[in-house]
Design a binder for this molecule. Structure first.
Ligand SMILES: C[S@@+](CC[C@H](N)C(=O)[O-])C[C@H]1O[C@@H](n2cnc3c(N)ncnc32)[C@H](O)[C@@H]1O
Length: 329
């Protein structure tokens, strides 16, 4: 599909009075929100692995997921892994009882895989799975059976959760859809609700999302446009993606007050080649950035709320931890 066709269509739909409902209906017809079990499980496992890499236990943890979306696969995997409770919130009403039930049923065939991936005894996973009565028809009650609380409308800038109450904040494929100023507020809120030493684990996709429907363009194609041009194509409305580049994300986490424990970045070689050769002419807004940074199309971040030092104790050299930030291509 020609990406501009989709961009113009989405821009027009976004400005109609019933935009949300039309978009949801179109997704159902086109099948774009259908369950991709292998892909979505792998995304949830990535969040689990990052959590484990930061030596943070999911067992009995209180978790907040930012941006539930259509399929509650991430909260399901964390709940099955032994979280005490999972709060998941979204500013849009995409999740339905039908999607939740269909997703939960599909997981029934994957319990062994989940147990192996999250390193939790299969018997525990089976027991948690069996607790759920499939006939419960209210979405909130259904999710409540495995201690998941879904909040719509729920804005991660104001979660309503008490301070120092959460062990882990998670998100999957969300941050690239949120403007910088809103993200800064989300990170401040995360720091408020996280316990000291708690972590924020985010995996996100700072690529031009139209490249997924049009193979003729690279993952960095949107960097050719001015902000004014991009505002119509993908910088507003239902298709919003922010065009923030990897250094902006790194800076945002650090300036918000997090310690960056893990920062992995995937460089898209096709985009890098197009940028370096001039085949992809950059807009003035991006020319001062390193081609490598501009070509990053996936990021995995673990950001930790600092462990506060007692004020009357001077920090000893031996207790100062060096953050292990690894920038992988
Ligand atoms: C691309 S979807 C990803 C959904 C889901 N995590 C997934 O991987 O399928 C991004 C989601 O973030 C939600 N979102 C955007 N801004 C938000 C905010 N301030 N607070 C909570 N959710 C937000 C959107 O409504 C949308 O459902």
């Amino acid at each position: 599909m020609n990406w501009k066709l989709k961009a113009h269509l989405m821009a027009v739909i976004s400005r109609l009075p019933a935009a949300d409902q039309i978009y949801h209906r179109l997704q159902q017809v086109a099948g774009t929100n259908k369950l991709h079990l292998d892909r979505d499980l792998e995304r949830a496992f990535e969040l689990v692995r990052l959590t484990q890499e930061a030596e943070c236990s999911i067992q009995q943890a209180s978790i907040l997921e930012v941006g539930t979306g259509w399929r509650p696969l991430v909260p399901f995997v964390f709940a099955l892994s032994g979280a005490k409770n999972v709060y998941t919130l979204d500013v849009n009403p995409w999740l339905t009882h039908e999607y939740a039930l269909e997703t939960w049923k599909a997981l029934g065939t994957r319990l062994e895989q989940i147990a192996a991936e999250v390193n939790v005894p299969l018997v525990d996973i089976r027991e948690r799975y069996r607790k759920v009565d499939f006939s419960v028809s209210d979405l909130h009650e259904f999710l409540g059976q495995i201690n998941i609380t879904y909040q719509y409308p729920g804005d991660a800038r104001e979660s309503g959760l008490p301070e120092n109450s959460i062990d882990i904040v998670i998100s999957s494929n969300v941050l690239e859809h949120i403007p910088l100023d809103v993200q800064t507020d989300i990170h401040s809120e995360s720091l408020r609700i996280l316990k000291n030493g708690g972590i924020a684990v985010h995996r996100f996709n700072p690529q031009d999302h139209y490249s997924t429907v049009d193979g003729k363009i690279t993952n960095a194609n949107f960097l050719r446009y001015s902000q004014k041009e991009w505002n119509w194509l993908g910088g507003s409305g239902l298709s919003y993606h922010n065009r923030l580049r990897a250094p902006a994300y790194r800076t945002m986490f650090i300036e918000s007050g997090f310690d960056l424990r893990v920062c992995r970045e995937r460089v898209d070689e096709r985009s890098l080649k197009a940028i370096k050769s001039g085949e992809l002419p950059l807009n003035a807004e991006f020319i001062s950035e390193l081609p490598r940074d501009l070509a990053v199309d996936y990021m995995w971040v673990v950001a930790q709320k600092p462990l506060q030092q007692p004020q009357d104790q001077p920090t000893s050299e031996s207790s100062t931890e060096t953050p292990s930030v690894s920038l992988h291509s």
